[in-house]
Ligand binder design. Structure first.
Ligand code: 13P
Length: 254
């Protein structure tokens, strides 16, 4: 596939896998994906498995991501994890503003932007998630919602920081439902997101930022989704938990 932007495919393991299970999965992924150079590959285990997975990915073409980070550098914030703590495990990426955190932890766009700034301050790369609910889509509010999320979640980022940021378009109605957005729906949302990036930053940044699609990505739909001109990768949930399905998604995307 010939795109200016290198594809980035990440597995969001969510709250799955003990450290021992994570080790099994990463060993299998390393073996099956060792030859892949065309795609940036990222795995995002839960915090408790970062240590086990980190040791395995050090000498591989896989990179490590976390699923959240504190907006603070340190202090009396019980239960929180700072960006510097993630760096100890050679984490490179941090998923921010996932719809599950927006929904269950009440994360706002403003909080996501503060977390994005903390992530950049530690020289890590945020993967900022945005996406509309089914109600919002049915009310024809998709673009308004995406624009508000982008403006709020990316507030305060410099152009240089934006270039080192990955976006993930994850329509909430497609997450964990088996109901994938059609390639046309994904392409149209991604093109709109890029247009908003032109207005928030500039044309050349908008051209360089990678926008992943997430929501029921499977081996059977990866090729069509990844072939869309503004789709630059995938953020995979359920299908990233098995060696075979994640490997097939990657291989079908190149
Ligand atoms: P599924 O691939 O399970 O639909 O999850 C998508 C997701 O939320 C990735 O962050």
């Amino acid at each position: 596939m010939n795109k200016d932007r290198k594809l980035i495919i990440a597995g969001n393991w969510k709250m799955h896998k003990t450290a021992a299970e994570a080790l099994d999965l990463i060993v299998g992924l390393k073996r099956e994906l060792a030859a892949i150079k065309e795609v940036d590959l990222v795995v995002c285990p839960p915090f408790t498995a970062l240590g086990a997975v980190s040791a395995e990915v050090l000498d591989s073409n896989l990179r490590l991501g976390a699923q959240n980070v504190s907006e603070h550098n340190g202090g009396a914030y019980t239960g929180e994890i700072s960006a510097l703590m993630l760096k100890e495990f050679s984490v490179r990426y941090v998923i921010l503003g996932h719809s599950e955190r927006r929904q269950y932890q009440g994360e706002s766009n403003e909080l996501v932007s503060r977390k994005a700034l903390a992530t950049h301050a530690a020289a890590l790369k945020p993967i900022v998630c945005i996406g509309e609910t089914l109600d919002e889509r049915q009310a024809n509010r998709t673009e308004t919602v995406l624009e508000t999320q982008l403006k709020g979640s990316l507030a305060g980022l410099t152009k240089d920081q934006m270039e080192e940021t990955v976006l993930a378009y994850e329509p909430v109605w497609a997450i964990g439902t088996g109901q994938t957005a059609t390639a046309e729906q994904a392409q149209s949302a991604h093109a709109f997101i890029r247009k908003v990036l032109v207005s928030l930053f500039d044309e050349s940044i908008a051209k360089r930022v990678r926008i992943q699609y997430g929501g029921s990505v499977k081996p059977s739909n990866a090729r069509e989704l990844m072939s869309q001109s503004d789709v630059d990768g995938a953020l995979v949930g359920g299908a990233s938990l098995e060696v075979r399905s994640f490997t097939d998604i990657v291989k079908h995307s190149i």
